[in-house]
Design a protein around this ligand. Structure first.
Ligand code: PEP
Ligand code: MN
Length: 271
């Protein structure tokens, strides 16, 4: 990375803090949780209320799902965004939701507090330029085959458009290992914290693809110095339309979050 002079790179000890309603990302530890996809109003609102009670900062939920199979559930689209709006009204939680098409950026921005760019779209340069025109915080997931340098260049596209509000999300990369869905590159967290001033969060759900691995990977993320987590949670994981194997139920999530808060305080106190 020595030959690039990028706006994303860290100079001195500066650190970007991104404000979304009352949430400060890059300051303290930010937890985003919710279902993989918005399936219906009941599932979304019930999950939102449960994660809010556990003390999360923001709600996640996809209304547009980029699926490997064209026959898999693709999301509810506008109907899903309306449900998310209702969930925000009920809980006060800001909404993190994915945008997959340049044409959708302006109107999805009306429903989203944070625009998610998924792993499969990390290098969709038109989409990066489009979200760069807005001032909405963007959660930029790492492409599953991408290096840190390629990822940072993508963040740079958004910054160059005039939008400084980028959150990087490590979500695992493809390796020869097939036991887990991806391989969480935990070393990317401290590496990025040294390289860039942008906040870095971890997605243990897509990194592992297995619910039982989500808590240990989350603890590892806290210990590695991440600024937060994005976790998939469902009121009834066995009935989830998308990513059911990696979904925590609300009780498992609550138990995990208690440990995360303690671990984060311990890490902070021992700095
Ligand atoms: C998601 O967060 O719902 C998702 C599809 O993740 P990724 O883009 O990391 O695969
Ligand atoms: Mn998912």
């Amino acid at each position: 990375m020595k030959d690039i002079r990028l706006g994303v790179l860290k100079e001195d000890n500066n650190k970007t803090v991104i404000y979304v309603d009352d949430v400060a990302i890059g300051k303290g530890f930010c937890v985003i949780a919710g279902p993989c996809s918005v399936e219906n109003e009941k599932q979304t609102i019930e999950t939102a209320i449960a994660v809010k009670e556990s003390g999360v900062d923001m709600l996640r939920g996809g209304a547009f799902k980029p699926r490997t199979s064209p026959y898999a559930f693709q999301g509810l689209g506008l109907k899903g965004l309306k449900i998310l709006k209702k969930a925000k009204k009920e809980t006060g939680l800001p909404i993190v939701t994915e945008v997959i098409d340049t044409r959708d950026v302006p109107w999805v921005s009306e429903y989203a507090d944070v625009l998610q760019i998924g792993a499969r779209n990390m290098q969709n340069f038109s989409l990066l330029k489009e979200v760069g025109k807005t001032r909405k915080p963007v959660l930029l997931k790492r492409g599953m085959n991408s290096t840190l340098e390629e990822w940072l260049y993508c963040a740079e596209y958004i910054l160059n458009g005039g939008n400084p509000n980028v959150i990087l999300c490590e979500r695992g990369i493809r390796t020869f290992e097939t036991y887990t869905r991806n391989t969480l590159d935990i070393s990317s967290v401290p590496s990025l914290k040294g390289l860039t001033h942008l906040p870095v969060i971890v997605d243990p759900s897509h990194a592992s693809g297995r619910a039982n691995l989500v808590p240990p990977l989350s603890y590892a993320a806290v210990a590695a110095g991440a600024d937060g987590l994005i976790v998939e949670v469902h009121v009834n994981p066995s009935e989830a339309l998308c990513d059911k194997d990696q979904m925590l139920n609300t009780i498992e999530f609550e138990n995990m979050l208690k440990k995360i808060r303690k671990l984060h305080s311990f890490m902070k106190d021992s700095e």
